[in-house]
Design a protein around this ligand. Structure first.
Ligand code: KG4
Ligand code: ZN
Length: 340
């Protein structure tokens, strides 16, 4: 395609309201993120009703800011991309309705984007020459997947969590050791001063060929450990608990990710989602990749957490295939990967 394609993208699936302007799926002209973390911290987690209200309050300003920073106006936009699932239904609806209104009034095509596909696409922004096929480990607050990306927008799920998502486990364990919300970054930081071999937490054991994950048993093991220590009136070393928990999570993620690369005989693996920011995961993946001659890719931190630039990237690859959404399309809170 000769002409540049400029996409205005909107993301509101959880607790970040974001708008971005992205050219040809790879070049970010702006990526404005308005985070609600401070509001939800008081409640120890995301309150869906509050999230929807906050999205409504800021969405117009966030979109205006994204256009302004990109130095473009509505007439320069070729299409509008919006996350329509998975996520919190009320939160998704704010972005979807806003995007529909814009698309209708401006007479521009609308592209509904799967949030998880957006996370994977963040790697196309980070690595301008990256092309499928590759394996991707998606680790966020709500999802944990190992995916083989055959082509743009074509996914094969190779493994997934059978219970809690990796980020969810981080958040729950963080709450149990009194670190508050969001737990991932706090455990990451505290672990640096702990001993990762101090406590042996059990790991789920599936059939050798399975690439699935399970984190709820690990979370329960941490809770049991904390209860036992309290009952014995022994002092709890929170940094050791954090580091030992983190090691169990990271070992599991890395082992399955590397297995997936061997099965598909690929030499590159991308990481995506909020937990892809985790410093121990990045380090362990790079080390394992070096041993197996596999290139490990991950987006910069701002592209790992929820942001609209990644949605603009995924929307572009749908747009060039002609996958335009009808104006009566709706939010799908439990949208599956690869489903449209
Ligand atoms: O992708 P994301 O921003 O939102 C979802 O789509 O869920 O992921 C948020 C999750 C939260 O569970 C958060 O605790 C986790 O990502 N997270 C981290 C780190 N930064 C964010 N987990 C571990 N280490 C981090 N540095
Ligand atoms: Zn996300």
């Amino acid at each position: 395609m000769d002409k540049d394609i400029t996409i205005l993208a909107i993301e509101s699936s959880c607790d970040e309201t974001s708008a971005a302007v992205v050219v040809n799926g790879r070049k970010v002209l702006s990526n404005i993120i308005s985070s609600q973390i401070a509001v939800h911290t008081k409640f120890g987690g995301v309150v869906p009703e509050v999230a929807s209200r906050k999205h409504i309050e800021v969405i117009s300003q966030v979109v205006d800011k994204a256009l302004k920073e990109a130095e473009v106006s509505f007439k320069d936009i070729d299409a509008i991309g919006v996350t329509y699932g998975p996520g919190l239904v009320g939160a998704l609806l704010v972005g979807v309705q806003y995007a529909k209104g814009l698309a209708y009034s401006l007479g521009k095509p609308l592209i509904g984007v799967n949030h998880i596909e957006g996370h994977i696409s963040a790697n196309f922004i980070q690595y301008k020459d990256l092309k499928p096929p590759f394996v991707c480990l998606v680790v966020s607050g709500g999802h944990t997947f190992i995916v083989y990306m055959k082509d743009y927008g074509k996914f094969e799920v190779m493994g997934q969590t059978r219970d809690d998502a990796a980020g969810e486990a981080y958040d729950k364990v963080a709450r149990a050791i009194g670190l508050g919300y969001p737990g991932g970054p706090k455990i990451d930081k505290l672990s640096k001063s702990g001993n990762e071999n101090a406590i042996k937490f059990p790991r789920a054991n599936f059939h050798e060929e399975s690439l699935d994950f399970s984190f709820s048993g690990l979370k329960s093991a941490v809770l049991n450990y904390l209860n036992k220590m309290e009952m014995k009136k022994e002092e709890i070393n929170r940094a050791d608990v954090a580091a030992s928990f983190q090691k169990a999570v990271v070992d599991f993620l890395v082992a399955n990710a590397m297995k997936a690369c061997s099965i598909k005989k690929v030499d590159k693996i991308a990481i995506a989602g909020g937990v892809a920011s985790n410093s121990a995961l990045r380090k362990a993946m790079i080390e394992a990749g070096k041993r197996k001659d596999i290139q490990v890719l991950f987006p910069e931190l701002v592209l790992c957490t929820d942001n609209a630039a990644m949605i603009g990237s995924a929307a572009y690859f749908e747009y060039i295939k002609g996958a335009i959404s009808p104006l009566d399309f709706n939010a799908v809170p439990n949208l599956k990967l690869g489903e449209r």
